[in-house]
Write a protein of this length. Sequence first.
Length: 112
Amino acid sequence: MRFIINLLITALVVFGLAHLLPGVSVDSYITSLWVVVALVLLNLIVKPILQILTFPITILTLGLFLFVINAVIIMLCDYFVGGFNVENFWYALLFSLVLSLVESVIGGMLTE
Protein backbone atom coordinates (compact mmCIF):
# COMPACT_ATOMS: atom_id res chain seq x y z
CA MET A 1 0.00 0.00 0.00
CA ARG A 2 2.84 2.36 0.86
CA PHE A 3 4.40 1.74 -2.56
CA ILE A 4 1.18 2.77 -4.34
CA ILE A 5 0.85 5.90 -2.20
CA ASN A 6 4.47 6.76 -2.98
CA LEU A 7 3.82 6.29 -6.72
CA LEU A 8 0.75 8.53 -6.61
CA ILE A 9 2.59 11.26 -4.70
CA THR A 10 5.57 11.04 -7.05
CA ALA A 11 3.21 11.36 -10.02
CA LEU A 12 1.76 14.48 -8.42
CA VAL A 13 5.29 15.87 -7.97
CA VAL A 14 6.15 15.08 -11.60
CA PHE A 15 2.95 16.81 -12.72
CA GLY A 16 3.77 19.86 -10.60
CA LEU A 17 7.39 20.03 -11.77
CA ALA A 18 6.27 19.85 -15.38
CA HIS A 19 4.24 23.00 -14.79
CA LEU A 20 7.05 24.76 -12.91
CA LEU A 21 10.00 24.00 -15.19
CA PRO A 22 9.72 25.60 -18.64
CA GLY A 23 11.61 22.83 -20.45
CA VAL A 24 9.52 19.96 -19.11
CA SER A 25 5.95 19.18 -20.09
CA VAL A 26 3.48 16.44 -19.31
CA ASP A 27 0.04 16.13 -20.90
CA SER A 28 -2.00 14.93 -17.92
CA TYR A 29 -1.86 13.38 -14.49
CA ILE A 30 -2.33 9.95 -16.08
CA THR A 31 0.75 10.60 -18.21
CA SER A 32 2.67 11.54 -15.08
CA LEU A 33 1.65 8.18 -13.58
CA TRP A 34 3.12 6.47 -16.66
CA VAL A 35 6.26 8.58 -16.24
CA VAL A 36 6.64 7.35 -12.67
CA VAL A 37 6.11 3.72 -13.70
CA ALA A 38 8.70 4.14 -16.47
CA LEU A 39 11.13 5.74 -14.01
CA VAL A 40 10.71 2.82 -11.62
CA LEU A 41 11.37 0.30 -14.40
CA LEU A 42 14.32 2.23 -15.82
CA ASN A 43 15.82 2.64 -12.35
CA LEU A 44 15.49 -1.10 -11.78
CA ILE A 45 16.86 -2.25 -15.15
CA VAL A 46 19.00 0.41 -16.82
CA LYS A 47 20.43 2.41 -13.93
CA PRO A 48 22.47 -0.45 -12.37
CA ILE A 49 24.02 -1.19 -15.77
CA LEU A 50 24.93 2.47 -16.27
CA GLN A 51 26.37 2.65 -12.76
CA ILE A 52 28.62 -0.34 -13.39
CA LEU A 53 29.78 0.98 -16.76
CA THR A 54 30.53 4.45 -15.39
CA PHE A 55 32.00 3.38 -12.05
CA PRO A 56 35.49 4.85 -12.70
CA ILE A 57 34.03 8.23 -13.71
CA THR A 58 31.75 8.17 -10.68
CA ILE A 59 34.73 7.56 -8.40
CA LEU A 60 36.73 10.38 -10.04
CA THR A 61 33.86 12.84 -9.63
CA LEU A 62 33.19 11.70 -6.05
CA GLY A 63 29.72 10.48 -6.96
CA LEU A 64 28.55 13.59 -8.81
CA PHE A 65 28.33 11.64 -12.06
CA LEU A 66 25.31 9.86 -10.59
CA PHE A 67 23.35 13.06 -11.29
CA VAL A 68 24.27 12.67 -14.95
CA ILE A 69 23.03 9.08 -14.87
CA ASN A 70 19.74 10.28 -13.36
CA ALA A 71 19.40 12.85 -16.15
CA VAL A 72 20.01 10.12 -18.74
CA ILE A 73 17.25 8.06 -17.10
CA ILE A 74 14.91 11.06 -17.39
CA MET A 75 15.84 11.45 -21.08
CA LEU A 76 15.11 7.74 -21.65
CA CYS A 77 11.77 8.20 -19.93
CA ASP A 78 11.08 11.09 -22.32
CA TYR A 79 11.81 8.73 -25.21
CA PHE A 80 9.54 5.93 -23.97
CA VAL A 81 6.55 7.84 -22.57
CA GLY A 82 4.39 9.72 -25.01
CA GLY A 83 3.06 12.99 -23.65
CA PHE A 84 6.16 13.58 -21.54
CA ASN A 85 8.71 15.93 -23.04
CA VAL A 86 12.06 17.20 -21.77
CA GLU A 87 13.65 19.75 -24.07
CA ASN A 88 17.33 19.04 -23.39
CA PHE A 89 19.83 17.42 -21.07
CA TRP A 90 20.05 20.44 -18.74
CA TYR A 91 16.32 20.44 -18.08
CA ALA A 92 16.52 16.69 -17.46
CA LEU A 93 19.33 17.29 -14.96
CA LEU A 94 17.38 20.04 -13.20
CA PHE A 95 14.22 17.92 -13.22
CA SER A 96 16.05 14.95 -11.70
CA LEU A 97 17.70 17.11 -9.02
CA VAL A 98 14.44 18.74 -7.95
CA LEU A 99 12.56 15.43 -8.12
CA SER A 100 15.20 13.76 -5.93
CA LEU A 101 15.11 16.59 -3.42
CA VAL A 102 11.32 16.66 -3.18
CA GLU A 103 11.18 12.86 -2.96
CA SER A 104 13.67 12.92 -0.07
CA VAL A 105 11.57 15.45 1.82
CA ILE A 106 8.32 13.60 1.16
CA GLY A 107 9.91 10.26 1.99
CA GLY A 108 11.07 11.69 5.30
CA MET A 109 7.57 12.92 6.08
CA LEU A 110 5.94 9.59 5.17
CA THR A 111 8.20 7.55 7.45
CA GLU A 112 7.42 9.64 10.51
